[in-house]
Design a protein. Structure first.
Length: 264
């Protein structure tokens, strides 16, 4: 039997979702160890996508295959045994041909930024001090991203992909100047390595006057190359929504909903 497990995690102390050879400090490693202890045998978990080190997921889906239905409350047991940084929201039985990564039709990322030091926000929003930003120019830059199809220039490792095409269905910037906070949200059928954080890098370059809109447009159109691209800080980034044609996930636990108050 195949199960989708809908969970969320604070990625602050993890090296991303995916298991890696040089570290055991990944969300996948912790989840698989927990499942294997509960079932007293090895259980593999497959995720709906990668996340970088330090990046969070307020809505994330994994899948596991079991020979038979669990005889105990799996959600309760997982939450009791997982660290506080990982929470299970739902466990859903699905068909064996349904896949948490391949069947996801869209994913949404939200990036939060603030420019006044705030001890409550420091884990879940990136602090950028001493920046004077033109938010209207940044919104225009976000509109250019929405119109773009080939994201080769906004990818950390473009040569590792067969193609770098993405279908962006939403790309918006929300600003609360009174609170000194910003939210960037983007939805696509797929995302490339480092793509969202590199988008933020360029938005900041445009907003701070380091780059013109025309220069950014040329980069998107691959008419100009910028060798140095510094991905934005990871702690403000959330994988916040995963959508399937056959399933609606419970969104009531989504931390991004709370962080988005006052930001659209």
């Amino acid at each position: 039997m195949r199960y989708f497990i809908h969970l969320g995690f604070d990625g602050s102390s993890y090296s991303g979702w995916q298991r890696q050879k040089n570290t055991r400090n990944t969300v996948q490693e912790v989840v698989e160890q927990t499942l294997s202890r509960l079932f007293k045998k090895k259980v593999s978990a497959y995720g709906c996508g990668r996340t970088d080190a330090g990046v969070h997921a307020s809505q994330y889906v994994i899948q596991i295959d079991l020979i038979e239905v669990p005889t105990f409350d799996l959600k309760f047991r997982m939450n009791k045994n997982l660290p506080d940084s990982i929470a299970v929201f739902e466990i859903i039985a699905v068909n064996e041909n349904q896949h948490c990564r391949h069947d996801a039709v869209t994913r949404t990322y939200d990036y939060f930024m603030h420019w006044n030091k705030n001890p409550v926000l420091f884990r879940y929003s990136s602090l950028y001090e001493d920046l004077t930003l033109d938010f209207e120019l940044m919104r225009k830059a976000a509109a250019l991203i929405l119109e773009t199809r080939d994201f080769k220039q906004l990818c950390k490792q473009p040569d590792s992909y067969d193609n770098t095409l993405c279908q962006i269905s939403n790309c918006e910037l929300f600003v609360n100047e009174e609170e000194g906070r910003l939210r960037f949200t983007i939805t696509s059928n797929r995302f490339l390595r480092g793509m969202v954080r590199i988008c933020i890098f360029f938005l900041l370059e445009v907003g701070s006057g380091e780059m013109t809109l025309e220069e950014f447009k040329k980069i998107l159109n691959q008419e100009k190359d910028l060798k140095e691209k510094w991905p934005a800080h990871p702690n403000g980034l959330f994988l916040s929504k995963v959508e399937y044609p056959f399933l609606k996930l419970n969104d009531s636990h989504n931390l991004v909903s709370m962080l988005s108050v006052g930001l659209g």
